[in-house]
Design a protein around this ligand. Structure first.
Ligand SMILES: Nc1ncnc2c1ncn2[C@@H]1O[C@H](COP(=O)(O)OP(=O)(O)OP(=O)(O)O)[C@@H](O)[C@H]1O
Ligand SMILES: [Mg+2]
Length: 247
């Protein structure tokens, strides 16, 4: 479903992605782990076609998203829900309007149905009652949960999560992970999740890929990765209480 083939990208002469290869089968979630600054978010932006590769490609259901234009690109992008690392809420509209936005753009649901869906989704992320607030009035964790509600509400075929639990307290982080798992069980979307939350992620995903210095150093099932003696992987498991490893 998602195939990343020999993906290269540099910025200002610095190689960030140096021949990334992996695939995610339909209905499967892959967790991407790796040190800060090694290109995880850049990789995710290539998958949704926001950034163009210098070399190589990303195929979505066999179609090269980096080469798609116009209606084709729109159609491919329409398959995605994307939780940006920073949340990327619109500051000038309230929470309700933020979550409703993709429903208004991508679906033909009437106002009442949209209202129902938005309120249900906010309730699911534990934010019932905040629909009239503006992003500036929310804590970092609340913004993240609003972004998650916005990402899940269109029931997308493919979901990309860039650090959905970073910066949240452990209880909220667990509830977000549970929500991702339940939504996956219900919708069977294809997904990529960037996370440092290695202990909890093993029960959600089917595959883990380790990104290091611009390449995928290791891919395997959570069990395989857990028992790997790769030093970086060990560091991730051992450091999980101390937070993500810094490059
Ligand atoms: N648009 C851009 N222009 C120039 N450099 C960029 C751009 N986007 C990312 N970079 C650089 O690419 C590198 C990888 O960034 P990226 O955001 O993918 O890291 P990351 O692995 O997601 O890190 P973190 O875990 O901290 O989120 C960084 O050095 C960053 O400065
Ligand atoms: Mg990032």
């Amino acid at each position: 479903m998602i195939e990343v083939i020999d993906l290269h990208k540099s910025f200002n002469g610095v190689d960030i992605l140096r021949g990334i290869e992996f695939r995610v089968e339909k209905g499967e979630i892959l967790a991407l782990i790796g040190k800060s600054g090694h290109g995880k978010s850049v990789l995710l932006k290539h998958i949704v076609g926001l950034t163009k590769p210098d070399r190589g490609c990303v195929l979505i259901g066999g179609e090269d998203i980096g080469k798609s234009r116009g209606n084709d690109l729109e159609r491919l992008r329409g398959k995605f829900g994307y939780l940006f690392q920073g949340g990327a809420l619109f500051d000038s509209i309230n929470v309700f309007e933020n979550v409703a936005f993709p429903l208004q753009e991508k679906t033909r649901l009437d106002k009442e149905k949209i209202r129902e869906k938005v309120l249900r989704e906010l309730d699911q992320v534990g934010l019932a009652g905040v629909e009239n607030k503006y992003p500036a009035e929310l804590s970092g964790g609340m913004k993240k949960r609003v972004s998650l509600a916005r990402c899940l509400c269109t029931d997308p075929e493919i979901m990309l999560f860039d650090e959905p639990t970073t910066g949240l307290d452990p209880v909220t982080a667990r509830s977000i992970n549970n929500l991702i798992r339940e939504t996956h069980e219900r919708l069977r979307f294809t997904g990529v999740i960037i996370t440092h939350d290695i202990a909890q992620i093993v029960s959600i995903v089917q595959k883990i890929a380790v990104l290091n210095e611009g390449r995928i150093e290791l891919t395997g099932t959570p069990e395989e990765i857990k028992s790997s003696d790769d030093p970086l992987v060990r560091q991730f498991f051992e450091d999980e209480r101390g937070g993500p490893a810094i490059s």
